[in-house]
Design a protein around this ligand. Sequence first.
Ligand SMILES: [Zn+2]
Length: 576
Amino acid sequence: MNRITGGMWADLQRLNRTAMIPHAVQWMTRLGWVANFDRAAAGERYDHRGREFADSEIYKIIEAISLEHLRSGPSELDAVADDLAGRVAAAQEPDGYLHTLFGRPWQRPRYSDFTWGHELYCAGHLLQAAVAHHRAYRSTTLLDVAVRLADHICVMFGPHGLNRVCGHAEIELALVALYRETRERRYLDQAALFVDRRGHGTLPLIEFGRAFAQDDLPVRKATVLRGHAVRALYLAAGAVDVAVETGDDELLAALKTQWQNTVDRRTYVTGGMGSHHMDEAFGEDFVLPADRSYCETCAGVASIMFSRRLLLATGESRYADQIERTLYNILATAPGDDGRSFFYANTLHQRHPGGDVPVNDDGVSIRGGAGERQPWYEVSCCAPNLARTLAGLDDYVATADNEGIRIHQYMSSTLEATIGGSPFTLDVTTDYPTTGTITVTVTQAPAVPATITLRQPEWSPSTPGRTRVWSPGDTFTVDLDLRERVTRPDHRVDAVRGCVAVQRGPDVLALESVDLPAGWALADAVLVSADPAVLRHQETGEEATVPLIPYRRWARRGPSAMRVWIPLDQTVAPPR
Ligand SMILES: [Zn+2]
């Protein structure tokens, strides 16, 4: 058991409970997405509100509230989860089917639109919500719904059922989660079947190609993620779950290869994934334009889900490194300081302050391209996804095994394990990433030797593990080197050739126009030196020292232009 006790992530978790979750519930209620369930339950004819996946947002919020309950105990949100769970349960059909947009006499038939219908996708989110709800409240209200829905799916899509997959992966990882909660083997078998069934062209060919929904290539044959980023990452996460639970080493090896190639060639320095706005998709290798970076917040969430599963499966720190990069530069970037606004896309280069999408406090916004955080979007997958991830973040801090505790993320926290039948508990205190000082204090210790391992970030000197017989009160301190470091892009990323990015610890830094001297345009500033950042104005030759800020802090002082990749001054280092 881990618990985050202080620092920026504890602040974000508090903001999540007090603002982000209530904000999401308010919007989903206001837009009629919750009422879809009531009207479905009443059996009346109704106009469905929201998009095909609106049901899933309610499920994600139930999951978020449940995880929040597990994290911080009872609150006024419990009644909200209870209410939502009851309304969802009431809308389930007698045969277990559950979706508010399909299957009623005046609606499109069930399973008539695998490409865009999101029926199994929504089912997957219901299953995840039900597992969290069951753990939090020991109530079977939603778990019973999930079991009936999963049983329905196993009949409809089992070995003798429809040979189809959902256009948006999600059901795979959710079925494994339900299997883990119930130990009902057929849910795992169905998940494995869905994973193996994808990639054989059972989905209709659409304008974005078969790769959009990963239906171009079997999962175990692919070498890199492609197509719609969130779809690809959810599928990969579910496939790791299947591989781990079934002992499928071939599948696991394929996913490790895909992860590495994707991180090396198709991922922004921020950890952001997906450079295509048109189809929210991965670009080809090294297609990583800063000013057309999409980097959907949900892709950040999904990337963390994929990396976390590989971390648990292998123990390799590169996965925790990538989680950290994505946490600090995507997940911490998206929410506004008030918890009532969000980035959907996380660009690395905003050319014009505010962009071309105005903030709309009183209505839904178009999803991509906004240069400011928006209260709500027509497609609002990201806000509830952030909410459930922040609520469950304690699990990411450390893991325990028979030898001891492995600390993966540096956050003030209490960590608990059981070694040789005795409790082993640690207190971690740090103001990371403000400084790199991390103090670990043993608060309870077993009589046998135990190991404390701290992840060595890819950018810092070694932090070796320590194995010994510990006593309560034993303490040690690790200092990570947080000096700013200059990163050059891979030479194959044409879009940022001649630029550098500056990083400090887990933070990618950004140059924001509000910090420039009066009269300077962002596009005219080139970097002379990095620490401190000295910039030269291209036309006048004037030089100025300008602070670079953590990327996650951008657009918090009003609309601004911003860039992560900063052009180097060519007059200082002429090309040879
Ligand atoms: Zn999203």
